[in-house]
Write a protein that binds this ligand. Structure first.
Ligand code: KG4
Ligand code: ZN
Length: 334
């Protein structure tokens, strides 16, 4: 069983021999009215959601606690209070059922989501080594994955994550949190070439999105000074132009990573992989460059416990267990 509680989803999943049998996710509606995740409220909601989520995951898998071989949980990175709830729950099960405890790094699990197979989906999965662009609300990374236990970060953001770039841009437009999906929706009817936003010149494979946010802020302020209804009258084109720039920043670095490493198995992961502009650009670039491209099912892209269970499965095979004294960490290195 895998348990995930690093941010604002409480999730539990069961896998058998690396095949996902159940995948339960309880979201937390409460944060939308505050314009972002409120850590204390997230911890409290995890406490309420964790037991029903674990129960449901067992039920859907047709298993009981006594059938489990090991219990895996997200150890890092994440909100400390949120991580603690999942970790303590996993430890309690480990003690009560005398099971090995497996600490999982959330970002490694996002990458391994590309290897998930479930009962309804004997998905084609990438061959090793593969490249993965992980884009979520908290992270933006390019990783070489040589094996389930051997990964190397070759590029990452120096400031905001791609999801934050979407959400903060959306906030400047007066859209509700999380604004990423709304930008995606409005962009579908817009012209991505109408407004030009700068592409940051960051050396190597690292990313930066803070300059883009500032450019959007000044652009909106200037245009609104001329036309107070500028946003309302041009929303689709603004969203399409912002999305177009975020996507081109991501895709250009991914192309650079593929050409530097010579790897042609290329994957996406993380919640921003839901973005239609990114998916389209990724597939188009892949077919132009001769890549084999992979995107996990959406339920395995956003935060979920199936990816924790699968990572736990690989660690179980290597007997990579943690003592009960293992602690959670807001930000742990790989
Ligand atoms: O992976 P995820 O569910 O949670 C984190 O670990 O952060 O990613 C959430 C992020 C949010 O920033 C959200 O706005 C963004 O993914 N997101 C999107 C879309 N769907 C989710 N961004 C752009 N377009 C989307 N369709
Ligand atoms: Zn995540």
């Amino acid at each position: 069983m895998g348990i995930e509680s690093s941010c604002d989803e409480t999730a539990a999943a069961v896998c058998r021999d690396g095949v996902i049998l159940s995948n339960i996710i309880a979201g937390q509606e409460i944060h939308s009215r505050y314009g972002g995740v409120v850590p204390e409220l997230a911890s409290r909601a995890h406490l309420q959601n964790i037991l029903p989520s674990v129960d449901q995951a067992l039920l859907n898998a047709g298993t009981g606690l006594s059938d489990l071989d090991a219990i895996a949980f997200t150890q890092s990175p994440g909100l400390i209070g949120s991580l603690l709830v999942g970790a303590q729950f996993a430890k309690s099960i480990a003690v009560a059922m005398d099971l090995p405890l497996i600490a999982v790094h959330h970002m490694q699990a996002h990458v391994l989501a590309n290897l998930i197979r479930d009962e309804n989906n004997p998905a084609e999965v990438p061959a090793f080594p593969f490249l993965c662009l992980t884009v979520s609300g908290g992270h933006t990374q390019i990783v070489i994955c040589n094996s389930p236990s051997d990964m190397q970060v070759i590029g990452e953001t120096t400031d905001d994550a791609a999801g934050e770039a979407f959400d903060k841009s959306a906030k400047l437009l007066g859209l509700t949190y999380p604004g990423g999906p709304l930008i995606d929706r409005y962009a579908a009817d817009g012209d991505a070439f109408r407004f030009k936003f700068p592409e940051p010149q960051i050396p190597g494979l690292n990313f930066s999105f803070s300059g883009l946010k500032t450019a959007i802020l000044y652009f909106i302020q200037n245009e609104k000074a001329k036309d107070p209804l500028f946003i309302e009258n041009n929303l689709a084109d603004i969203c399409a132009s912002i999305q177009g720039r975020i996507v081109s920043i991501l895709i250009n670095k991914l192309k650079k990573a593929a050409s530097q490493t010579g790897i042609k198995e290329v994957c996406l992961a993380g919640g921003v992989a839901a973005n239609r502009g990114l998916r389209k650009a990724f597939e188009e670039t892949g077919s132009k460059m001769g890549w084999n491209t992979f995107i996990p099912k959406m339920e395995y892209c956003t935060d979920n416990a199936a990816m924790i269970a699968l990572t736990g499965y690989y660690k179980y095979r290597e007997r990579s267990f943690s003592p009960l004294s293992v602690t959670v960490s807001a930000r742990a290195a790989w």
